[in-house]
Design a protein around this ligand. Sequence first.
Ligand code: NAI
Length: 361
Amino acid sequence: MKVVAVLYKAGQAAKDQPRLLGCVENELGLRQWLEGQGHTFVVTDSKEGADSVLDRELVDAEVIITTPFHPGYISRERIARAKNLKLLVTAGVGSDHIDLTAANERKITVAEVTGSNVVSVAEHVVMTILTLVRNFVPAHEQVMAGGWDVADVAKDSYDVEGKVVATIGVGRIGQRVLRRLKAFDPAEMLYYDYQALPADVEAELGARRVESLDDMLAKADIVTVNCPLHESTRGLIDKKLLAKFKKGAWLVNTARGAICVEDDVAAALADGTLRGYGGDVWFPQPAPADHPWRTMRNRFGAGNAMTPHISGTSIDAQVRYAEGTKAIIASYLAGDKSYRPQDLIVIDGHYATRAYGSDKK
Ligand code: NAI
């Protein structure tokens, strides 16, 4: 069996940190295990263009491993050329870089390591909210540059306490964000989701469901996006929806870049519709050098808390999603469908019903 993995290149960082498992050099820790069973394992970061290693190797691959961090985009066209393909594993959470309809038509199984990095992302969301609300970035840049101007930063620095917080999506990550933010005594915590939280979770969090997204956005000082990218969330946050936001809100998106329209977000930041925007997800990835989110600013020349796609790939998370990837391949090899049900995205030509993420960890 041939397994192909598309991971990012780490260079010296892979030597500095052997537990940086999600990179080309450290190979999710899978080589010995796979080769010991007689399988072929190809690992590459080359994923774009017809000459990419991914394009060359997928032709006879049975299993392809990709990640959301350096996504090998598994398009319908690539699936058509991967004649032996049976299993697509996302080492992480979020399989929107795969054409799931095309996978279903071929009865290819798509699985991801559900829950593996949800704490990591929730912590990043809380950090980004604080970074924006406290106006941390310009303060830090000021001292690094040898300056000292308290007023210039304090003029747009606030407390999270007393603000209205809202999440679009309240699954595993959304709930963890709310649980952590509760400690900051916000005025109110609201959520918008197809599914209501169980009553005990809602009571514990002190969160309230809002049926209309527009109503929620009109009230919220801080909005965090925690829903998957799918056909009804692609481009959801565009100029029209941004006009419904409370003026001067902070928006944090660690879900997927394509949920927001990039130029509309940059324009909203510049004209004061948004006071700040932060997150770690972009489209495409790696983000081009001229992506507007790299340099966008608010009227004070601040309000940008973007990072590369790092929130779900802390060292702790990498250990978990590497183990989870191995477990998924082991289930595939066993041929006994012993997958964790919550890991399955599509199987046997159908979308799997994922276990609802209301666990309280
Ligand atoms: P989950 O499946 O536990 O929760 C997703 C929630 O979003 C569910 O409650 C679902 O009902 C809700 N939802 C779906 N469509 C919606 C819509 N149109 N409006 C409102 N709510 C909607 O997923 P989890 O683990 O919380 O992850 C959420 C997303 O976060 C992933 O799909 C992925 O895109 C992203 N993610 C990002 C990471 C990063 O490193 N930046 C790492 C892990 C996940």
